[in-house]
Design a protein around this ligand. Structure first.
Ligand SMILES: [Zn+2]
Length: 240
């Protein structure tokens, strides 16, 4: 294998390890983020429930004030009954009193329903708050665990970063740039072997002529499909 090729292949081994390390860190962080956003959702739910209670309490107070007014009205009308002369006036007044009583009764029923609803919401809030408390405790513990897991992973990464620097320093700048760009665009893999005429990066067959050139060995050719740097290293058992 020519020197540049072996340098690039070794560099890629290190880079893929670094990628794995970065992904491991991301996975740890994502899991924690999911838990934290679940907490935020529950907190928002509790706030919503609390707002419903506030609205319903306000509604209940309005209904109560209305009911008081209506009952005052009933009493006022009842006292007027004494002064009424004709039967027609009496009938009208009686009807007015009945209507006001009916309205007051309707308000009372609404208030009872609201009270029941508020009671249920209060119970729900209590349950949600207890769950939130448990989850918060868990997240605190989890944060600590994730932090130390990431610190541990990062220690391993430092070593790899050093190794990477060392491995990359002898590679020509333009080649390194091409390699880095390919890795970015091609899922982290820039240099790939060709097996049975097939590029192991995109799994497309190479044109026979190009494959033959690679078989002669020791050169790097760009894959016509994925542009990765192709090389050919024969399988171990055939080397004997
Ligand atoms: Zn390819």
């Amino acid at each position: 294998m020519n020197e540049l090729l072996s340098q690039l292949v070794s560099l890629q081994v290190i880079d893929l390890e670094i990628d794995r390390i970065d992904n491991a860190i991301k996975d740890e962080q994502n899991e924690l983020d999911d838990r934290i956003s679940a907490l935020a959702k529950r907190e928002a739910l509790i706030n919503e429930l609390q707002e419903s209670i506030t609205t319903q309490e306000k509604e209940s107070r309005t209904l109560e004030a209305e009911m008081t007014d209506k009952m005052d009205h009933v009493r006022e009308r009842q006292s007027k009954m004494m002064q009424v002369q004709t039967g027609r006036e009496q009938t009208a007044l009686l009807k007015e009193i009945e209507d006001a009583k009916k309205n007051a009764k309707e308000n009372e029923e609404k208030i009872v329903a609201l009270m029941e609803s508020i009671e249920k919401l209060t119970e729900q809030i209590e349950t949600e708050k207890n769950m939130l408390k448990g989850e918060k405790k868990l997240v605190t513990e989890e944060t600590e665990k994730v932090r130390s897991a990431i610190a541990k992973i990062n220690r391993g990464k430092k070593e790899k970063d050093k190794l990477r620097k060392k491995q990359a320093k002898d590679i020509k700048g333009s080649v390194l740039k091409k390699y880095d760009t390919l890795r970015q665009r091609r899922n982290g893999v820039a240099v790939v072997n060709v097996v049975d005429g097939v590029c192991q990066g995109c799994f497309m067959a190479l044109p026979p002529q190009r494959y033959n050139m690679l078989l002669k060995g020791d050169q790097i050719l760009d894959c016509p499909t994925c542009q990765r740097m192709n090389y050919y290293v024969p399988p171990v058992e055939e080397e004997k």
